[in-house]
Design a protein around this ligand. Structure first.
Ligand code: PEP
Length: 250
C-alpha cells in the first residue's frame, strides 16, 4: 500500500532563523493534527538542514539537491553522504529549475539518484514538461525519457526508495494549476510506465506527487484522483498555514 506525502520545497528562501521558525510551526501543527492521512516533509536549503533537523519530531527532512560526486575537489558542492549526515531522510532531484538553470541532464540525474540511494537517502524525483512540449504534444515522450534515462536502471528494491513528482513546468510558480484531469492523466501514464518496467505491484506501491501551484483551494480535488498521492509544494509551503491547508486536504 503506497503512502500519501505532502512535501514542501522552500527553494532559495528564508534565512536559517526564519527557516527554523517555519519548520517549528509546521512541526507543531503536524504534531497537533489528529488523523493525518499523509507523511509530511520539508525540503530546505543545505545551510538549514542541521538546524531544522533539531526542531522536527513529526516531519521528515529533505535537501533540495545533491552533488553528482561523493567527495573531493568540487568547490561549493554538497554530496549525498553529507546530506545524509545531517539526518535528512530525502533529497529532491531533477527539479525543473535545476534542469533549466544548472543544466542538469537525465544522465547527470541518474548519477545523483545512484549516489543518493547509496548514501541511504530516499529520492523525490521530479519530471514534467514545458509549455511548448505540452502544446506540441511531445509531453508523454519527454516524461518517459526523464524516467527511463534517470530511474529505470534501478532494481525493484531500489525503486521502493523513489517518490516521483510530476511537475508541469508551466504550472510551477505561475498560479496556473494543471486541472485534476490533466494531472491524473499523466500520473496514470507514469504508473503505467513503472508497471511495464517493474510490474504491477511496484507500480501500485510507488507514491506519485503533483507539483505546480498547488494550494489549499485546489489540493482536495487533485488529491481525490486515484493516481495522485499528494503534492510537492513550492510557494504555498513558505507559510505554515497554507502548507497545513494542503497537508490536511486528503
Ligand atoms: C515546485 O517548485 O516544486 C513547485 C511546485 O512550486 P509552486 O508550488 O510554487 O508552483
Amino acid at each position: 500500500m503506497r503512502k500519501n506525502i505532502v512535501a514542501g520545497n522552500w527553494k532559495m528562501n528564508t534565512t536559517v532563523a526564519e527557516g527554523v521558525e517555519l519548520a517549528h510551526q509546521v512541526n507543531a501543527a503536524v504534531e497537533a493534527a489528529t488523523d493525518l492521512k499523509c507523511e509530511v516533509i520539508v525540503g530546505v536549503p543545505f545551510t538549514h538542514l542541521t538546524a531544522v533537523k533539531q526542531v522536527l519530531t513529526a516531519v521528515n527532512l529533505a535537501a533540495e539537491n545533491c552533488a553528482d560526486h561523493v567527495s573531493g575537489a568540487y568547490t561549493g558542492e554538497v554530496s549525498a553522504p553529507m546530506v545524509a549526515s545531517t539526518g535528512a531522510q530525502y533529497v529532491i532531484l531533477g527539479h525543473s529549475e535545476r534542469r533549466e538553470y544548472y543544466n542538469e541532464t537525465n544522465a547527470m540525474l541518474k548519477t545523483k539518484v545512484d549516489l543518493a540511494l547509496e548514501a541511504g537517502l530516499k529520492v523525490i524525483f521530479c519530471c514534467g514538461e514545458s509549455l511548448a512540449q505540452r502544446k506540441d504534444g511531445s509531453y508523454f515522450d519527454v516524461i518517459k525519457s526523464e524516467l527511463t534515462e534517470s530511474l529505470f536502471h534501478l532494481t525493484a528494491e531500489q525503486m521502493a526508495n523513489i517518490v516521483i513528482a510530476y511537475e508541469p513546468i508551466w504550472a510551477i510558480g505561475t498560479g496556473e494549476t494543471a486541472t485534476s484531469d490533466q494531472a491524473e492523466e499523466i500520473h496514470a501514464f507514469i504508473r503505467g510506465l513503472i508497471a511495464e518496467q517493474y510490474g504491477a505491484q511496484i507500480a501500485e506501491d510507488t507514491t506519485i506527487l503533483y507539483g505546480g501551484s498547488c494550494k489549499p483551494s485546489n489540493a482536495p480535488e487533485l488529491f481525490a484522483k486515484p493516481d495522485i498521492d499528494g503534492g510537492l509544494i513550492g510557494g504555498a509551503s513558505l507559510k505554515a498555514d497554507s502548507f497545513m491547508g494542503i497537508v490536511t486536504a486528503f
